[in-house]
Design a protein around this ligand. Structure first.
Ligand SMILES: [Zn+2]
Ligand SMILES: [Zn+2]
Length: 641
């Protein structure tokens, strides 16, 4: 018999070779029907795979992220089976699960393929799902694997097998389709009840632009038909909120091929919004003891050789900038941190000076493949709301708590109230791959966990997810449509202080290394604005709206009065404009509604005679009349809340 520990801590005995499915069955039949896979000692396994020794087991269903991703990855196999049945000779690259659904990269040879083919494939998938074919795992030798795919003529699978060590290779077969895969998968295809193919795109084999472009087919599947229709409704809403569409309609930002792909141009209204975000955070940072610094957009090659960024970004990113001086090379900065390390070094620091906190809205440049670019969320140049804190090891916890406060303040002011904190720690089984002393790591890791707990953050701890240079805390935010975004990040770094030989004099009069903390509540302004636009559907909080009101004169007769009203309202916190077009008032109101301007001030004969304005609120309609001064007071009250 073996002992199986369940997530609630209870221990049950089973025969050696039992499976997650049998464990589920011993608890309840209903549970067994819903088990997709299981986490066995932290690794996701097939529910049908025999467990041979004592283990801790977590049964995974559709409600678990790992369960969903197993479901979707298995659906990629199912789609491949359908493609092979419909289009014999199709070759297959990789077919992973993604955040929502899955894709498979395939080579159709000379066959033309388009979304017109989706329906036929979807029907085939459902037909094959109904067959309830088991996903059968079979370990094979490397020679067997090579033989199978050589015979099949699938060079992509052969390319993948090349990198796999013998003895580690498994095949999975469902129905008539066999794939190279390490698994895991759901028990059988019958779990898939609804499918929708979403998109088709080109994707270079192994992301390498010099290799063949394959066809990437994206799909999503569900265990219930009703979940698919809910999902499709959400997608419709997401399309309406797409920041690329709203960014154009609200005249916030634009792209120009002449300027270069992935390089956003901020239009006047977008700039106004961005400036408000910057000022808002800057004010909060000054209060929290940050000092503002400014550093150049480029740096000498040696700076990035020292920091290690040259190795990380050098060959795969923007290439060096040369000068008339022989051998002199500069790089567009991929990170602000190296510059800030040099600022730290401009004078000797004592333990009493720490922490020091340097903040900069620093623009950085990183090359992204053109196919990866997406609106403001994936760009080639972006501005981080960056800061680097240099502190003593005993100050890490206090600094984390302060940064958490700042992040919560930012989220609160912008209406993000659904989030979790993900704490990424070392892999305890593999401590040697991390830089920094064991003692400092333990100190920092418990500091982060305690800081998150003391601030009452809903926290998930991920072992082995830390960077090699330090543990971190990321804020995962759920937006109004339930989509998850990684926004704020706080990261400990033992690497750069070492590389830049940063020091402070301790109370013992000896030299010590400070701990460096990178943090960015927004992440980048570009990405943050994109997420914010989609979260609030372009209806920004009043304080942030680029135009808080618009004055709509009924005809040109009232222009002078309209201008007087505007003059009395505009100041540094309140901003509006007049619609002077020769249009009917109904049209002007409709256009202002489309632009999501929070308040409309309508001015006609009666308003001018009474020295008032008629007020309309976006999405709500008529609010009656008041004087310009009454409106201003109301607005100020609303934006200071
Ligand atoms: Zn697989
Ligand atoms: Zn940094």
């Amino acid at each position: 018999m073996i002992n199986i520990t369940l997530p609630d801590g209870s221990v049950r005995q089973y025969e050696k070779g039992t499976t997650a499915y049998q464990i589920a069955l011993s608890i309840s039949e209903g549970l067994a029907r819903n088990v997709l896979a299981a986490e066995v000692n932290g690794e996701v396994w097939d529910a049908s795979r025999p467990i041979e020794a004592d283990a801790s087991v977590k049964l995974l269903t559709w409600n678990d992220t790992a369960g969903k991703s197993t479901f979707w990855h298995s659906s990629a196999h199912l789609m491949a089976e359908a493609l092979e049945a419909l289009y014999p000779g199709t070759k297959f690259g990789i077919g992973p699960a993604i955040e929502t659904g899955f894709y498979y990269d395939v080579d159709f040879g000379d066959r033309e393929f388009s979304s017109d083919d989706f329906k036929q494939i979807e029907d085939k998938i459902i037909e094959l799902a109904k067959a309830k074919s088991d996903y059968v795992r079979q370990p094979v030798s490397k020679a067997e694997a090579v033989e199978y795919f050589t015979e099949k003529g699938d060079e992509y699978k052969l390319d993948l097998i090349k990198d796999l060590p013998d003895g580690s290779i498994t095949f999975y077969t469902q129905g008539n389709f066999t794939d190279l895969c390490r698994g895991p998968h759901i028990p059988n295809t019958g779990f898939v009840k609804a499918v929708k193919l979403m998109n088709v795109a080109g994707a270079y084999w192994r992301g390498d632009e010099s290799r063949k472009q394959l066809t990437r087919i994206y799909g999503v599947t569900f265990p219930k038909a009703s979940e698919l229709s809910e999902y499709l409704k959400m997608i419709e809403e997401a399309k309406k909120r797409d920041h690329r569409k709203l960014g154009k309609e609200l005249e916030l930002f634009a792209f120009s091929e002449k300027v270069g792909m992935g390089l956003p141009l901020w239009l006047p209204k977008g700039t106004a919004l961005r400036e408000k975000l910057v000022n808002f955070l800057q004010r909060a940072q000054v209060k929290a003891g940050y000092e503002q610094v400014i550093t150049p957009h480029i740096g000498h090659k040696n700076l990035y050789v020292t920091s290690g960024h040259y190795d990380k970004y050098g060959a795969d990113s923007f290439q060096p900038i040369k000068t008339p001086q022989e051998g002199e090379e500069f790089f567009l900065k991929p990170m602000n941190c190296p510059h800030h390390c040099e600022i730290y070094k401009t004078k000797p620091r004592s333990y009493k000076d720490l922490p020091v906190r340097f903040a900069e809205f620093g623009t950085v440049y990183r090359y992204e493949q053109s196919g990866e670019l997406h609106g403001l969320t994936r760009v080639r140049g972006f501005t981080q709301d960056d800061a680097h804190l240099f502190c003593r090891p005993d100050q890490v916890k206090e600094e984390f708590k302060k940064v958490i406060d700042l992040v919560l303040y930012v989220f609160g002011a912008l209406g993000f109230d659904n989030f979790t904190a993900q704490v990424s720690l070392r892999d305890p089984a593999n401590k040697t791959k991390y830089i920094g002393t064991d003692e400092n790591w333990s100190l920092a890791e418990s500091a982060i966990i305690e800081a998150a707990a003391e601030k009452g953050l809903p926290t998930v701890v991920e072992l082995g997810e830390a960077a090699f240079y330090g543990p971190k805390l990321d804020f995962m935010v759920k937006d109004a449509l339930g989509r998850k975004w990684q926004l704020g990040t706080i990261q400990v770094d033992y690497n750069l202080p070492e590389r830049f030989e940063l020091e402070y004099t301790g109370s013992d009069n000896q030299k010590h290394r400070p701990v460096m903390i990178h943090r960015a509540p927004f992440g980048s302004l570009e990405r943050f604005v994109a997420v914010l636009i989609e979260h609030c559907a372009g209806n920004f909080p009043l304080w942030l709206a680029p135009e808080q009101f618009i004055i709509l004169p009924i005809s040109e007769k009232y222009e002078d009065y309209a201008k007087k009203v505007l003059e009395s309202l505009n100041n540094s916190d309140i901003r509006g404009m007049i619609d002077l077009r020769d249009e009917k008032i109904g049209r002007k109101i409709r256009d202002a509604e489309v632009k999501k301007i929070p308040y409309m001030l309508i001015i006609g004969e009666k308003e001018e005679a009474e020295g008032k304005v008629s007020l309309r609120k976006h999405g709500q309609g008529d609010l009656g009349s008041m004087t310009a001064e009454e409106f201003r007071n109301q607005l100020i009250k609303e934006i200071t809340v």
